[in-house]
Design a protein. Structure first.
Length: 129
């Protein structure tokens, strides 16, 4: 399943809009009901850009999804295949922390090896109330 979600994230990555950073990111968010939501990064010269991870979450949340299992993330400069792992930025880590618990897995691929992380791995002592 993790490999398949990495594959879907790679497909979603091709839809990225990144004329400034020229770095394409794709994400595949898997909900506990088995549905998946894809996301890509969308840059903008005038306002805050949105990362692939938050794109996928916002798509799922706006469809009423609230329970999530995993998110696969891949990224690489435009024109290159993702080979080294791509982990969420600080903004995404805090954003995602509101919707997941420590069972949720972040999935990356690093030189062909699947790696997983929990929110506590990526953002220990995250803001919560
Ligand atoms: Zn981000």
């Amino acid at each position: 399943m993790f490999e398949n979600d990495i594959k879907l994230a790679k497909e979603a990555r091709l839809n990225a809009w990144s004329p400034y950073g020229k770095y394409y990111v794709g994400a595949c968010l898997r909900c506990k009901d088995g549905t998946t939501y894809l996301g890509c990064n969308v840059e903008n010269h005038g306002i805050q850009s949105i990362c692939a991870e938050r794109t996928a979450f916002v798509k799922a949340l706006s469809d009423g999804k609230r329970e999530f299992e995993t998110i696969a993330i891949v990224g690489a400069p435009v024109g290159e295949e993702p080979t080294v792992e791509c982990v969420p930025c600080g903004y995404c880590r805090q954003f995602i922390s509101e919707f997941v618990d420590d069972k949720f897995k972040f999935i990356t691929e690093d030189n062909g090896e699947i790696k997983t992380y929990t929110i506590d791995d990526l953002l220990p002592n995250h803001f919560d109330f």
